[in-house]
Design a protein around this ligand. Structure first.
Ligand code: NAP
Ligand code: 8YV
Length: 329
């Protein structure tokens, strides 16, 4: 490789068009395998891949089918679609896209809270359908933001940005993380169940992965209670989705606002049929500007790697493995 732009880049799976264009601006050899079907590549083509740009999930088997990959740039801050620990064992660095999307995601989360609390999805349908003219005003809503207590599971970059926005509505904020933060005054709850019992609105802004898998289960939903509202802006895997559907159908909780789901893009028909569920198709970061910033950060990380510079946003597993910068030689 005579210079950094000669590195072979494989874009694996569906990928943002602006992000793909940025990679093509920076690297001479960029191939987009939208289908993720590596059998379409010859052994020589697989061996030529030195960098991956991934928009969603790559299995360890697929990663291991690329013998010379040095770095995986993940398009998104949640990198649960990549086994970063496995990559580190192979000496492969992984990067993600934190911070550049925080405000967009927090804005969307607030919108989802308001839609769900004030039933705006139903009110919009009432207007659009002509029902307002036929049968009069949309009914007064059961809930308001007034005097509400919001509990955030995952008070990190995005969770804190959401909390700061929600304070403008006069709500009180509480949170649960694995570790108490020392830089916030919000009340901390050691367990998710205790947080759920203490709040009106439980908002999930935690990462996916083993430590959060199905954390919001039937017990937590029962603690949230019949006047409780669940908001999930994190990962669908964090919620036991069948238990949530039961809870919404039976009035165990009042309603839910969801941007993420267990088996995207598939949403169970029972969930789609529920009037007390607000459903968004994983759009929290999906503005043109934010996606351009994410794609630029992926490309910047790959460029920095092959120039021998420190990565902008390596994931913790890569930093711990000494992969925050390409080793010389
Ligand atoms: P972050 O800054 O790393 O914050 C994650 C927070 O979650 C941390 O405060 C962490 O604290 C907490 N956490 C991690 N594991 C936990 C567990 N098992 N139980 C309770 N709390 C836990 O990450 P971020 O930038 O805020 O992003 C958060 C997540 O949002 C991403 O990983 C992604 O899954 C999701 N996201 C979704 C969208 C969307 O389009 N819907 C867009 C962007 C991000 P502790 O380590 O102390 O537990
Ligand atoms: C996705 C997200 O990355 O950043 C994250 O963790 O969930 C989103 O921004 C986006 O949907 C592209 O897959």
């Amino acid at each position: 490789m005579t210079d950094s732009s000669d590195a072979g880049v494989l874009v694996f799976g569906p990928y943002n068009a602006d992000g793909l264009a940025e990679l093509q601006r920076r690297f001479r050899s960029v191939r987009h395998l939208a289908t993720k079907d590596l059998s379409l590549l010859s052994d020589e083509e697989r061996a030529s891949v030195r960098a991956l740009a991934v928009g969603g999930v790559i299995s360890n088997a697929d990663l291991d089918a690329l013998p010379n990959v040095e770095i995986v740039g993940h398009f998104g801050v949640g990198y649960d679609g990549v086994d970063a620990a496995h990559a580190a064992k192979r000496g492969i660095a992984v990067t993600n896209t934190p911070d550049v999307l925080t405000d967009e995601v927090a804005d969307t989360a607030v919108a989802l809270v308001l839609m769900t609390v004030r039933e705006l999805h139903l009110a919009e349908a009432h207007a659009r359908s002509g029902e307002w003219e036929r049968s009069g005003a949309y009914p007064l809503t059961r809930f308001s933001m007034r005097r509400k207590v919001v509990g955030i599971m995952g008070l990190g970059r995005i969770g804190l940005a959401i909390a700061e926005r929600l304070e403008a509505f006069g709500v009180r904020i509480k949170y649960h993380n694995r570790t108490r933060r020392t830089d916030v005054a919000y009340p901390y709850y050691e367990t998710l169940a205790d947080l759920a019992k203490a709040v009106d609105i439980l908002l999930i802004a935690a990462p996916g992965g083993a430590s959060t898998d199905k954390a919001v289960n039937a017990e937590v939903l029962a603690k949230l209670g019949p006047d409780g509202i669940l908001i999930n802006i994190g990962r669908g895997s964090t919620v036991d989705e069948p238990a949530l559907i039961e809870a919404l159908e039976n009035g165990t909780i009042a309603s839910a606002g969801l941007d993420v789901f267990a088996d995207e893009p598939r949403i169970p028909e029972r969930l789609r049929a529920l009037p007390n569920a607000v459903l968004l198709p994983h759009v929290a970061s999906a503005s043109r500007d934010t996606r351009i910033a994410m794609g630029d950060l992926v490309a910047e990380n790959l460029s920095r790697w092959f120039c021998g510079n420190k990565l902008s946003t390596p994931v913790p597993e890569s930093v711990e493995a000494g992969l925050a910068q390409r080793r010389k030689g």
